[in-house]
Design a protein around this ligand. Sequence first.
Ligand SMILES: [Zn+2]
Length: 374
Amino acid sequence: MKQSFKLMTVFDIPIEINYTWFIIFGLVLVTLAQGFFPLTNPGNNTFIYWAAAMLATLLLFGSLLLHELSHSYVAKRNKLPIKGITLFVFGGVAHLEREPQNPNVELKMAIAGPICSIALSIFFYSLTVFFKSIGVASILVSMTYYLFIINLFVAIFNMIPGFPLDGGRVLRALIWKYTNNIRTATRIASNIGKGVAIALMGLGILQLFGGAFVAGVWLIFIGLFLMEAAQMSYKQLVFKKALVGMHVYDIMSQNVITAPSDLTITKLIDEYFFRFRHASFPVIEDDKIIGVVTLHDIKEIPKEKWSSTIAGAAMRPLSARLTTSSHSTVASALQLLATNGLGRALVMEDGKLLGIVSQKDIAKLFQMKEDLEQ
Ligand SMILES: [Zn+2]
């Protein structure tokens, strides 16, 4: 399932909204319409509260978007390609196609967001003072005041030094500058990010026990989000670094065992699956590869038919989704393996089978590289 949908395009950057964002939108809307506005402006009717809450939520959304765009603007100016922006729970994530080329670019890019939020907060504060002085409806004054506080909060929250929050990126850039090693820098910054996430969740649980249900849920939610993001970003960086420049040829298993297409399932199980313990075998007919037979597919066939069904009838016929070239990059092969429903692909060249490549092999290789680098 797609987890986000496209909202619009700004500076050639597609802006997407993640579905989790709607939960937050709803939470903010309800909190404002039933809590904040009735408390600060008692005596108005429900419609006014909801209208004010809607407007404030949209302006908050706009503020978060501006925050993200300011990151992207700096990235673009430093020739870092941005694939898109996805708005998440708190703020968003700009998808960089690659890591910043040096710590100074990272530093400028990371700090742009909080600076934008502080500018917005000053703007809404001035508006509050101005509205008060000319005596507009007090609910509008509460709204600009709320936006002043929330933008200030967004700036402060994002400056928490846990990767991948902006503050964590600033920290990473500084460690990177000092150690000249982006990997060490990312590891330290994302560990601090995990620490912050655990602290937020702990605080949330305390709030729940203390009876502050909404605040508790908020904190646990943000903590969980931050935890996952911190783990993901470090893993991705290490993974990308380990596999960069590698091709399918470097990692495929050669000397693949193939099964003849006229073999019955019973024999296939005894003589191939039990003997070699692979999860699948390429199927061969007249010296040509015609498909792949998997244990998973065989399980779907009733046992009493195993002695009368041949491999050629139980296999998945050869298709582009099941094959890759030995010159493909490991990164593109991984994408294929993750989506072809088999987790492996045959490496073919001019109709000949050169080898086989699987997700498991790549994971194992990655693990070995990791172990050796410790
Ligand atoms: Zn940011």
